[in-house]
Design a protein around this ligand. Structure first.
Ligand code: IPM
Ligand code: MG
Length: 368
C-alpha cells in the first residue's frame, strides 16, 4: 500500500529523534512492501524563524493531504517571550483543532528492565500497563470567552470550561472501545462534585455504559484519581478524562514509566476500532529539550514507539507495530540505555543514533 505521511520535526531535539523514527519507518516499508511518501514541513520555532508563523499554510496543506502526521517537538528559549504574538506551542494546538484530533491516547507501560528508573518503588509500578485517553479539542483550552482585560478594580482573566454532549460522547466512546478490547475496565475522571460540565460528563458516561455491558465503568473524582494513580497504579487499565484533567494526569502517569523519553502518544480524529483507521498525529510526549539538543543524548524510543502507534491506529499495520514494541523491549532487556534511563555507573550508554540503530536492527530480524 501507499501512504502519505506528514513529517514535522520541529525544534530542539525534534529533528534528531525524528530521524531515528523515520529510519525505522522506512525499513518497515521495505520489509512489508508498503510505500511511505514522506512530506516534510516546518512547525513551531523553526517555522516562526522562517515565516513568522508557527503553523504556516504550507504545513497545514501537507497535513491535510496525509494519512497521518509525525510530530517531533516545538519550543525553546529563543521563542519564550511571553508578550510575543505567536508561540511555538500554537503549532500543536492549531494542528489539533485543524485536523479535529479530539482524542489523545497515551499508553503508559512499565518495562520490567526499567523498574529501577522510576522515582516510585518497583513494587508499586511493576506490571503497570495503562492507556490514558485525554479529550483534546474542548474544555478550557479552546472554549470562549478566553481573554484578559482591565477593570477599575484590577486585571481579570477568564477561560471557559464548556463541553457539548457530542464532544463528551466521542471522547468517552474511545474509552469504552479501547476498554472493551483490553481488560474491560474503564475509569472516567471528572470533578462531578463541583463542576456542571463534569456532572454532564458523568451522566453521559453512565448512559453509554449500557451500550457496553461488558465494560466495568468506574467514575472517579480527579483529585482522588491523581492520588490513586501514584499509590496503586496497577489498579488502572483504560482511563478517560477531559482536556485539562487529562493534561495533568498524563504527565503524572508519565513518571510511572521512569522517563518522559519512553512515552509515545497518538491524537486521533476518529474512534479506533478493529480494522478501522483514523487520521492521527503521533508525537513523543517529551518536549523539545533545548538543553540537550544536538548532542545525541535524546532518547529516540518515544518517537519510535509513536511510529508504532501510527502504524496501528492510522495505517492498519498492526504486525509491524507489535514488532517495534517488542524490539524496544528486547533492546532494553539487553541492557542498552540512553542517558535518561541509565542507572548510575551504567556502561552501555548509547547515543540517540546508536539506540535507534539497535532497535532498527531488531525490527529487521523480526520482520525479515
Ligand atoms: C501536552 C502539552 C501541551 C498541552 C502544550 C505544549 C500546549 O502539555 O501535549 O500535554 O497542554 O496540551
Ligand atoms: Mg501536557
Amino acid at each position: 500500500m501507499n501512504f502519505n505521511i506528514a513529517v514535522f520535526p520541529g525544534d530542539g531535539v525534534g529533528p534528531e529523534i525524528m530521524s531515528e523514527g523515520i529510519k525505522v519507518l522506512e525499513k518497515i516499508g521495505d520489509l512489508t512492501n508498503n510505500k511511505f511518501n514522506l512530506k516534510y514541513g516546518l512547525v513551531g520555532g523553526a517555522a516562526l524563524d522562517d515565516s513568522g508563523l508557527p503553523l504556516p499554510r504550507a504545513s497545514l496543506d501537507i497535513a491535510s493531504s496525509s494519512d497521518a502526521v509525525l510530530f517531533g517537538a516545538v519550543g525553546g528559549p529563543k521563542w519564550d517571550d511571553p508578550l510575543a504574538q505567536h508561540r511555538p506551542e500554537d503549532a500543536i494546538l492549531g494542528l489539533r483543532k485543524f485536523l479535529g484530533l479530539f482524542a489523545n491516547i497515551r499508553p503508559v507501560k512499565v518495562f520490567n528492565s526499567l523498574l529501577n528508573s522510576s522515582s516510585l518503588k518497583p513494587s508499586v509500578i511493576e506490571g503497570v500497563d495503562i492507556i490514558m485517553i485525554r479529550e483534546l479539542t474542548g474544555g478550557l483550552y479552546f472554549a470562549k470567552p478566553k481573554k484578559r482585560w482591565n477593570t477599575s478594580r484590577g486585571r481579570r482573566g477568564v477561560d471557559t470550561l464548556r463541553y457539548t454532549e457530542s464532544e463528551i460522547v466521542r471522547a468517552l466512546r474511545v474509552g469504552f472501545e479501547l476498554a472493551s478490547a483490553r481488560s474491560k475496565k474503564l475509569a472516567s475522571v471528572d470533578k462531578a462534585n463541583v463542576l456542571e460540565s463534569s456532572r454532564l460528563w458523568r451522566e453521559i458516561a453512565i448512559e453509554m455504559s449500557k451500550e457496553y455491558p461488558e465494560v466495568e465503568l468506574e467514575n472517579m473524582l480527579v483529585d482522588s484519581c491523581a492520588m490513586a494513580l501514584i499509590r496503586t497504579p496497577s489498579r488502572f487499565d483504560v482511563m478517560v478524562a477531559e482536556n485539562m484533567f487529562g493534561d495533568i494526569l498524563t504527565d503524572e502517569a508519565a513518571i510511572l514509566a521512569g522517563s518522559l523519553g519512553m512515552l509515545p502518544s497518538a491524537s486521533l480524529a476518529g474512534v479506533p476500532k478493529e480494522n478501522d483507521k483514523a487520521m492521527g498525529l503521533y508525537e513523543p510526549i517529551h518536549g523539545s529539550a533545548p538543553d540537550i539538543a544536538g548532542q545525541g543524548k535524546a532518547n529516540p524510543i518515544a518517537t519510535i514507539m509513536s511510529v508504532a502507534l501510527m502504524l496501528r491506529y492510522s495505517l492498519g499495520l498492526n504486525e509491524p507495530a507489535v514488532a517495534i514494541e517488542e524490539s524496544v523491549n528486547e533492546v532494553l532487556e539487553k541492557g542498552f540505555r540512553t542517558p535518561d534511563i541509565a542507572e548510575a555507573g551504567a556502561s552501555d550508554i548509547l547515543s540517540t543514533e546508536e539506540m535507534g540503530r539497535r532497535i532498527l536492527q531488531t525490527v529487521q530480524i523480526k520482520l525479515g
